[in-house]
Design a protein around this ligand. Sequence first.
Ligand code: URA
Length: 486
Amino acid sequence: MTIVARLSHPADFDGWRTLARRLAAAAVAPDAVEWRVGDDPGGLFDGEALPEAAGERGLVVPRGFLELGRLVVLHSDPQRFGLLYRLLLRLQGERALLQVATDPDIRRAEMLAKAVRRDLHKMTAFVRFRLVRDAEDGEAFIAWFEPEHHILEAVAPFFVRRFAGMRWSILTPRGSLVWDGGSLRIGEAARRTQAPGGDAMEDWWRTYYAAIFNPARLNPAAMRAEMPVKYWRNLPEAELIAPLIAEASRRTDAMIAAPASRPERRPALPREALRPLPAQVDEPGDLREAAAAARDCRRCGLWCDATQTVFGEGPPDAPLMIVGEQPGDREDLAGRPFVGPAGELFDLSMARVGLDRRRAYLTNAVKHFRFTLRGKRRIHQKPGAGEIDACRSWLTLELGLVRPRLVLALGGTALRALSGETAPLSGFRGRRLALADGTPLVATVHPSYLLRLPDEAARQRETERFLADLGLVHALLPAMRLQAAA
Ligand code: URA
């Protein structure tokens, strides 16, 4: 006798749970159940009706089983429901079964769960939205993706959180996610040809990818593991991978052969004793006055070795204030924030997520370059708590003058300067936070962190997370968005 257990959709965990309880209460053996989804007629015969829920007995399962089951159900393996049902029954007598990693059923379930986790991760990393104009001539974004498993509903909250303020659709052969800026709909399955082919942003993205590619740290195996080839056709940057790899060893040889660059000559500075600012300075009335006042700042010792104060810059009414750590070597010489490699990477990242960097006010937690000399090279050193505290009044002044609608902290030093928070940044990044006065705050890593990562795979992964964090700024602050090309 075969009993047909019918689920409403391929990822119907709640449906499976209800049916599995009823089947277990009626002591139906796993081999006697045929699991089907939706209207799928399944085998040649329709089997017996499911027993009524007569006297369901309480089933006890360890906590981890439900978690495991929720993932396993998302797998595309047609045997998954039967496997879970078998495990459910076995767990009634074998309480420690989940810990028996060598058990074939457990091994299989763990393998399915792992594949689903990987698919979820890949979808969050490799969806590439294309900007389109929709029927109301507004901005909308469409992406094409081919998940291996039934993960659409499970992954949807990630995209809703990250891109809450945009209208977007993700089309897949298993269904579509459609977000209209307020509610989510799971729509029809789609075909690749329904998705747009490319947009103006892709040139930015390719430039960006080429800029973060470090030939000296090339590890093609790790790259392929992190970015499997099957995803390449949806990734605008994929066409660059082969030429970049082919060029890598020549570029590395050239880097090794190049003579060490000489630091530019900086104006000599008098090594005076530290002297405090005059007790009373007139409160600057605008950013120009503030920058002028900061020029002579002696509130900590960094001014002695730095070339100059690097004050913030940008529109005085910028909706977004971006706070970095401190000027680097290039900024110290130029007297302007974010003009070096980290700044270039940051510009490209902003453009990549559709944010207009020119409309932001950029500044740093600490306004002088802290470094140590190694030979002729000035090596960046993180500013200390004393320097952050000493410089905070300038940052507070900038915040008061610009009155941004949102602040973006790049890195732990910026977060600390803005909020006093000393716990690791990882606990705060990518979420909507607020300053003490209620101004919305988003925190993410500093772009120089991405430049320092030792291998290409880690850099790809972290870059995606960084872009997703910037995506939150895009969602929260429509005023900062790049205008789409007409
Ligand atoms: N890093 C920063 O935090 N700020 C700059 O201006 C440059 C690099």
